[in-house]
Design a protein around this ligand. Structure first.
Ligand code: NDP
Length: 483
């Protein structure tokens, strides 16, 4: 049978674009459909704009630190519209790079939503149908809000980059990557941040000591982090009390513990949001951000009709080679709900091409993936947490915590954590956890050693680079504890 394409990719994010380009480079005739902007979550409304916001938010502390180093630096105001317009043009530039890469790879781009008609046929939004020998679903995910009346009053990480103005106060719901990163970013930008997390400690699944230090430092830097707390009710402040006039951050701080709101209403379409928490407190915020997880983008795509099985969380079920239950259809990235990280989606896309177009069956490697949470300070991690490792085998824990030279000189109480979890039997480093400025950069490099199976003695044999923060990772001589 003749097909229009050898490969049709649905979704122009990190995984889809990489797979399309690499398959085209192998001589495949490739088409790709994207309904929104090229680049996907990572480039358009995730990693990239988030990291630029991290950079923007760090200047306030840097200016303060600079004074301790003898610089005559005046306090300045952060100008959100100026940053935002620069951010928008940077994202335009990056999107254009993605488009050019596809163009120069001879991938036919369809700026359209696409859905499956059968295991080899795709229908575009205008009704045009395309056939393909293989189809790759790389549609990513979307942020979800809890099932709560009026949850639509809140925003998600998708909206934050497009806010017309920075709120004076914000309530962030959640304790995962996105909640903690935006709590730090917005706090750095001068927004009054309150964060509710329903569990006992933020960043569930990460090393306990690291989580504890990040939480402590977030609080020390001014974030009002409330654990064991969730939202139970939300309304426009003007609906909660018709006399309400509209709020500001200072109102948000003050209106607590059932304090009565006594202002005149301005608008019921926009304006501050009244929130009630599980602990009974009531407060008003300019914005509420739900960072309560992400769900795979599988709705209304004709997947099940085409024979693609979905899991309980609406994810596409794939085998080790990213093949779905319909043999001609594969899926990579967040839509499969394996590991929701850009570089993992890219690896999965490349393994798919290796398997299907290069005749070399390749499983993407999901073992020992380094990652970083871009909180302030950052939290870099690879391998097992202390808690996971001690359930598995006898371990030694090497751990140090200290004040980094740069900010200690500026009188800041910041602390760093460096931790190695070591197998007592094989001496291998099973996990490495770093809470520190630039921990994301550090864990990338430490990750190579851990991935190679380095032992504690390999770390010890490496000479320290002095004076650095990361030298502590090779100078920890005595285990802090064994388990
Ligand atoms: P996460 O799954 O990391 O966190 C979701 C948070 O929301 C958890 O704290 C969860 O609590 C809480 N939550 C879930 N449902 C509710 C509810 N109904 N009410 C209150 N709280 C709730 O998701 P994120 O959205 O933060 O991030 C999604 C993924 O994106 C991450 O897993 C990560 O893979 C990726 N990502 C990676 C980044 C990086 O590499 N730096 C940055 C940003 C995202 P509980 O713990 O109790 O379940």
């Amino acid at each position: 049978m003749d097909f229009d394409y050898d490969l049709f990719v649905i979704g122009g994010g990190s995984g889809g674009v990489r797979a399309a380009r690499v398959a085209a480079a192998e001589g495949a005739k490739v088409g790709l459909a994207e309904e929104y902007r090229m680049g996907g979550t990572c480039v358009i409304r995730g990693c990239v704009p988030k990291k630029l916001m991290v950079f923007a938010s760090e200047y306030r502390e840097m200016f303060e630190n600079a004074r301790s180093y003898g610089w005559d630096v005046k306090d300045g105001d952060f100008h959100w519209p100026k940053f935002q317009s620069h951010l928008a043009s940077e994202l335009d530039r990056l999107e254009e790079i993605y488009r050019n890469l596809l163009r120069s790879s001879d991938v036919a781009v369809h700026d359209s939503r696409a859905r499956l008609v059968d295991p080899h046929t795709i229908e575009l939004a205008d009704g045009d149908k395309k056939t393909a020998k293989h189809i790759l679903i790389a549609t990513g995910g979307y942020p979800v809000k809890p099932d709560l009346p009026n949850a639509d009053l809140g925003i998600t990480s998708n909206d934050i980059f497009n806010l017309k103005e920075l709120p004076k106060s914000i309530l962030i719901i959640g304790g995962g990557y996105i909640a903690c990163e935006f709590a730090c970013i917005l706090n750095g930008m001068g927004v009054e941040v309150v964060q509710y997390y329903r569990g006992a400690q933020i960043l569930r699944g990460f090393d306990d000591e690291g989580r504890g230090l990040v939480a402590d430092l977030m609080r020390e830097k001014g974030i009002d982090l409330r654990t064991g707390t969730n939202i139970v009710e939300m309304k426009r402040a003007s609906d909660h009390n018709p006399d309400y006039e509209g709020g500001t951050s200072s109102d948000a701080a003050m209106i607590e513990d059932h304090e009565v709101i006594t202002r005149k209403q301005t608008s019921d379409k926009t304006g501050p949001i009244w929130v009630k928490a599980t602990n009974g407190t009531e407060r008003v915020f300019d914005q509420v951000l739900f960072a309560t997880g992400r769900s795979p983008n599988t709705q209304d795509m004709g997947l099940e009709e085409a024979g693609v099985k979905l899991g309980r969380r609406h994810e596409i079920i794939v085998d080790d080679y990213s093949q779905t239950s319909a043999p001609s259809i594969y899926a990579v990235g967040d839509v499969t709900n394996r590991v929701q990280l850009t570089p993992v989606a890219i690896r999965e896309g490349m393994a798919f091409v290796e398997t299907v177009f290069k005749g070399n069956p390749t499983k993407p490697d999901h073992e020992l993936i380094p990652s970083a949470i871009f909180t302030q300070p950052e939290f870099g991690t690879i391998g097992l947490t202390e808690e996971e490792a001690r359930d598995q085998e006898p371990i030694e824990v090497y751990c140090t915590s200290f004040r980094p030279m740069q900010t200690a000189f500026a009188g800041r109480p910041d602390r760093i954590l460096m931790k190695l979890v070591v197998s007592r039997e094989t001496r291998k480093v099973l996990g490495c956890h770093i809470v520190s400025p630039y921990a994301g950069e550090m864990i990338q490099l430490a990750g190579i050693a851990v991935k190679m199976g380095a032992t504690k003695e390999d770390f010890d044999r490496t000479v320290a680079v002095h004076p650095t923060m990361s030298e502590e990772i090779v100078t920890m001589k005595t285990p802090m504890r064994t388990a």
